[in-house]
Design a protein around this ligand. Sequence first.
Ligand code: NCD
Length: 312
Amino acid sequence: MNRHLLSAADLTHDDAVLVLDTARELAAVSGRAVKKLPTLRGRTVVNLFFEDSTRTRISFEAAAKRLSADVINFSAKGSSVSKGESLKDTALTLQAMGADAVVIRHSASGAPHRLAHSGWISAAVVNAGDGTHEHPTQALLDAYTMREHLADGAGDLAGRRVTIVGDVLHSRVARSNVLLLHTLGAHVTLVAPPTLLPVGVATWPCEVSYDLDAPLPASDALMMLRVQRERMDAAFFPSEREYARRYGLDARRAALLPEHAIVMHPGPMNRGMEITAEVADGPRSVIVEQVTNGVSIRMAVLYLLLGGAEPA
Ligand code: NCD
């Protein structure tokens, strides 16, 4: 493994399988009454969040605490960042405090890369979502969830078909998933209106379709993406109703999936827009499991980056 986790493309096939297998072992800890291992005792993990987050921030916090690390939560709101402090000065402060790992979420694509390669800090850097670029631990927890349902937990995702639907343009989740699933040998189809596909998507290792119904009967997993209104500065579709009609997942569409297929969403959901409440809470939905699996994946990532060589 690299010293940092900045992109899903940093992971070779063996690295990815190592993270997934390690997460599976660590998941056992989360099922115990005492959810703690001494592995990262004395190490300091800083959660550096410049952008709002619920799931990802508390997931990294729970993961670090279950490994007995000391956790410092830093959110830009209420910090000197709102007084105009730069990323560099914030980084120097973290370095002075002895951070061993920095988990960063930032609205600017490339901020984690800057932090990792600037020489400002010696900590391992984990990208927890940068702008519209990447979110590698989300892709890992999604692959973990697919493996549990489609490959008996420890098997192979090679040849599995994953359909990812919606606002691909603004989604760091979609990009990281395409990269990781390609590494793992799965086939990915992206479905979106032409206005919500990024420039250059034709060079990504996946297929692209404008029609949601067509790929459904052959999909093993269907991942719905949130329509990211906060990143939209123009009209990307005529109306919410029109979007839901063409690209939303409702019970009629879910019925086109094979019996074994799972429905996923990284959260937060716009219920009634990209997914109906009926499907989100229905029997195929693994959305809540994704959150649970996120803690195990982040435990594995922190463990492998900070203490990996020694046995758990
Ligand atoms: C995603 C994110 O922040 O990129 N959410 C998450 O991490 N669970 C997706 C989103 O915001 O829609």
